[in-house]
Design a protein around this ligand. Structure first.
Ligand SMILES: [Zn+2]
Length: 422
């Protein structure tokens, strides 16, 4: 599907228009959270811009546009449609910083910032954003309309929506939809998804039960309805994919890598037509304690239709990835959190109780740790640093805390604990 110069122009004019109307200075910029990766700025043959949608509202959020010098199709990647599906929006933030070889990459990492701030699937009105895109009629909320207007304007060849689920997909969405790529039952989606799954399973999945699978979108009249990818696939004829990782039992960093590697392969023909994409993922973390068994071949769930949008769950906060240019034989640091009192992580706390979390037991086998960053407010940013941090659990319920340690080579690891207050 070639929509080269037309959609390219529309992206740029859209970006300029929105920036101007928002009163924001135009120019190149990347995500606010992290520095552009070293080395990318020099030889990158790309132009970067960003603009806001829902300007001036509590749902204001940023769209990033990366435009390669070489013409090609437009790809749209969206994350954060569900606010508790953390790996999806972190991966989308990472993808927003990619250097591409051709075409245009448009990324909306944090689609529903209210839901993300709350750490919940829905926003503060209980709205599930991924049910607001009915087929054959207009989107049902202002945010859904703004996103759909963007998508229509881009007319993307490919749309990828990044989610997480609590269960593993086994042909029936009732059990969960994790570790799966959902798409319309047609070509080229089937071949593209199958080959993405095969590549990622071979190179990134170290436990065969967690191999990615593929599944088909449900029909327009079967529940659930109102999914963005369904509408894009059927009304715009975009190649649309919904990617789900399993949020439980897998550490965040792995889930982010899986999302990112899946997207890289889904959009390879569009954005990396000549050379293998290489966006700095490290294939298969060094695994010393497990045999390097090949992942099982993907099972193609051709029977029946699946919805492809499960109840994701995960309410941790975080922020972008960093590392690049790390030697292949580098042993990754290991993040570890202990608490004082030492039982605080396992027991139920009183509201207003303060505990100290301690990261000094974290290790850097191949160097030394140079930063200890904490996300303690469940707001999606690592806004505290230090080897120890005090956390006051103010509200009842679960309170997730993330630690990210980085060594002097730039390699990092993340650990998380959940504090529970009565
Ligand atoms: Zn979801």
């Amino acid at each position: 599907m070639q929509r080269d110069s037309l959609s390219r122009r529309s992206v740029l004019s859209l970006a300029g228009l929105s920036l101007a109307s928002a009163g924001v200075a135009t120019g190149t910029q990347t995500t606010q959270n992290t520095q552009p990766e070293p080395g990318l700025a020099d030889d990158e043959n790309v132009t970067r811009e960003s603009f806001q949608i829902m300007d001036g509202t509590e749902k204001e959020t940023t769209v990033y546009v990366t435009d390669a010098e070489t013409d090609g199709p437009t790809v749209f990647v969206i994350g954060g449609v569900h606010g508790n599906e953390t790996a999806g929006y972190i991966a989308a933030e990472e993808i927003a910083k990619w250097t591409i070889d051709a075409g245009t990459l448009v990324t909306l990492p944090r689609a529903d910032v209210v839901a993300i701030d709350r750490g919940t699937r829905v926003d503060d009105n209980g709205v599930d954003l991924n049910r607001q895109f009915p087929e054959g009629s207009e989107p049902q909320t202002e945010l859904a309309q703004a996103i759909w207007d963007l998508v229509v304007d881009l007319d993307p060849a490919v749309v990828v929506d990044l989610h997480e689920s609590r269960g593993i997909y086994a042909g029936d969405p009732v059990d969960g939809v994790g570790q799966a790529i959902f798409h319309a039952a047609r070509e080229p989606e089937r071949t593209t998804a199958d080959s993405a799954v095969e590549y990622v399973n071979d190179n990134y999945i170290d436990i065969s039960e967690r191999a990615f699978q593929t599944g088909y979108f449900s029909g327009p009249s079967s529940e659930p309805t109102g999914l963005l990818v369904h509408k894009a696939a059927r009304e715009l004829e975009s190649e649309a994919y919904l990617v789900e990782t399993l949020s439980t039992e897998n550490e965040l960093e792995k889930r982010v890598t899986w999302h990112s590697a899946v997207v890289e392969r889904l959009v390879e023909d569009e954005l990396f037509p000549d050379e293998e994409p290489n966006n700095g993922h490290e294939p298969k973390e060094p695994i010393e304690d497990e045999p390097d068994e090949p992942a099982e071949p993907p099972v193609d769930e051709d029977e029946g239709e699946s919805d492809g949008d499960g109840d994701g769950d995960d309410s941790d906060g975080e922020d972008g990835e960093t590392d690049d240019e790390i030697p292949a034989d580098h042993t990754e640091p290991v993040a570890e959190i202990r608490s004082d009192p030492s039982s605080a992580i396992e027991t139920t706390l009183e509201p207003e109780q303060t505990i100290t979390l301690d990261a000094t037991c974290s290790e850097a086998p191949d160097g030394e740790l140079v930063s200890y960053e904490w996300s303690i407010k469940n707001d999606g940013t690592f806004n505290e640093s230090g080897r120890m941090v005090d956390v006051t659990v103010s509200a009842s319920g679960d309170h997730r805390v993330l630690l990210r340690v980085t060594d002097d080579s730039g390699a990092s690891d993340t650990a998380e604990v959940t504090l529970t207050a009565t």
